[in-house]
Design a protein around this ligand. Structure first.
Ligand code: SF4
Length: 491
């Protein structure tokens, strides 16, 4: 029998995790109590790495290698996720011992319920893989599966064991952790409902759809109604304010951001709702103001047209893990490009090269094509041409904005059973004058949820949740009944 130790990662420990959790002083104390059947617990804290300004996955693996000197089964957990199921973990350890697995994980459960288990014999290989991996902070970006992400490219070289949940709950995308305000709110709702491990969770399946909604995580915001193109798949040109030079006032934007930070804590701000953000004369300030809030991330979707030299410089200076950008390019063939999007092909290509040539921006940048029936023939060529230049491509599904645009694709990828819309669970769409519509599909304000700053985000969110509760009862307002975006999960 191999020795077993638990490694608790407490490198990040939010103010939410530091609060009392059930009968314990905080989530870390709760985990230590749950893991007391394991004789040795090793906690990774910032003090473990005093010489390091930025701790990478490689550093963590090196530290574990230095600490462990005999064949050992390592149970790895995050200090902010106290819902760990101990009975499940004990069974997984037993199977790991019995079958000499090198990596063991549980599939189908919400994140935060299960540990990753690895054998010390593969720490050396993992360290090499971590050194080669593009994402040096994989342990942060894939907190619950990062060992697997490292092994992925060499799966056949390792003995991997999987424990399956009796019910596959992956599509519910639940993360039970106290790492941010939204997750902490959801986690508290679970605790109040008597759920604190896998057993209690599986006994309350019927309540999960209601309990898993916390706070908005993504705020698409319209900062301009102008756009240099009229793409076939976009409803903006059909709207009365299209290209009327209507812009969001920056003072209003600042107020909106303050309210978002106060309400959601951490959130992603999108600047591309129904307009080309580069056409706002103050786009550089919008970028700077957003990223000045440390808890906010910024997401921009652009045609690449209209970026002045100074706005490009601001983009380049703002390159950070908190910025992401999608270039809606659609084609590298001029004729096809003009059919799909309109003029200014050269400018879009120039922007594409600008992004590719800036290493920090390149990492945070995706090239997108919307899949249209009439242009299906060019899809493969586009994919391969882009892949030669850039790894990150998105092929976007066309949708007709609940009937506003013509139907195009016969490809049906809808789930067999309809669930509550993701946009209602995670997004709040804010239009030019601060008004909030039902969602990003509700471009004509069929459902007015209020206006910022006159209404509080709490008040607006409560109204939005009434629609979500109707969805759970399979009762849909007209726009939702005609919409196919309900199963699209953005952020
Ligand atoms: S179903 Fe469509 S229209 Fe209804 S809220 Fe979701 S995205 Fe909006």
């Amino acid at each position: 029998m191999n020795k077993v130790i638990a490694v608790i990662n407490q490198l990040e420990f939010s103010s939410y995790a530091s609060q009392p959790w059930r009968d314990f002083a905080n989530t870390y104390e709760a985990l230590c109590h749950k893991l007391n059947f394991i004789k040795e617990i090793y906690t990774l804290t910032p003090q473990t790495f005093t010489q390091k300004a930025h701790i990478t996955t490689y550093d963590i693996l090196k530290e574990m290698q230095a600490y462990i000197h005999e064949p050992t089964i390592i149970v790895y957990v995050d200090a902010q996720a106290p819902f760990l199921d101990i009975e499940l973990l004990k069974k997984m350890i037993q199977t790991t011992q019995q079958y000499h697995s090198q990596y063991h994980f549980a599939e189908g459960y919400p994140l935060g319920l299960c540990a990753q288990i690895i054998h010390s014999s593969i720490l050396g290989d993992l360290t090499i893989l971590a050194q080669e991996h593009q994402d040096a902070f994989l342990y942060k970006t894939n907190k619950y599966t990062f060992f697997f992400e490292l092994l992925r490219s060499k799966l056949n070289d390792f003995d991997i064991e999987t424990t399956l949940s009796p019910i596959d709950l992956r599509e519910k995308r639940i993360e039970l952790s106290y790492d941010n305000k939204n997750n902490a709110k959801i986690a508290e709702q679970f605790v109040k409902a008597g759920i604190f491990d896998a057993t209690t969770l599986l006994a309350n399946i019927a309540k999960l759809d209601q309990l898993k909604v916390g706070l908005p995580n993504y705020y698409p915001i319209q900062i301009t109604a102008n756009c240099p193109q009229e793409c076939h798949y976009c409803p903006a040109p059909t709207l009365p304010n299209f290209n009327t030079n209507k812009m969001m006032d920056i003072a209003l934007y600042k107020k909106i951001l303050e309210k978002i930070v106060a309400f959601s804590g951490e959130a992603i701000i999108g600047l591309s709702l129904l307009g080309e953000p580069a056409l706002h004369p103050e786009i550089a300030s919008f970028i700077e103001i957003t990223l000045a809030h440390p808890s906010l991330r910024l997401h921009i979707e652009t045609s690449g047209i209209g970026w002045s030299q100074s706005a490009r410089e601001t983009l380049a200076q703002s390159a950070s893990p908190r910025l992401s950008l999608i270039l809606s390019l659609d084609s590298l063939d001029r004729r096809e490009y003009e059919t799909m999007r309109g003029e200014k092909f050269e400018e879009a290509i120039d922007f594409f090269h600008f992004m590719l040539e800036n290493p920090a921006l390149k990492e945070r940048f995706w090239v997108q094509r919307v899949r249209l029936e009439a242009q299906e023939a060019g899809l493969q060529a586009f994919y391969h041409q882009i892949k030669e230049k850039h790894e990150q491509i998105i092929i976007q599904k066309y949708h007709n904005y609940a009937g506003l645009l013509p139907s195009q694709n016969d490809i049906n990828i809808k789930p067999l059973t309809r669930s509550g819309c993701w946009a209602l669970q995670r997004e709040m769409s804010i239009y030019l004058d601060g008004s909030v519509h039902l969602c990003r599909v509700d471009v004509s304000k069929k459902h007015d949820l209020g206006r910022i700053p006159e209404n509080s985000l709490e008040e607006i969110w409560q109204k939005q949740q009434e629609f979500y509760r109707s969805h759970l009862m399979h009762d849909y307002p007209m726009i939702c009944a005609n919409c196919e975006e309900y199963y699209i999960y953005t952020f």
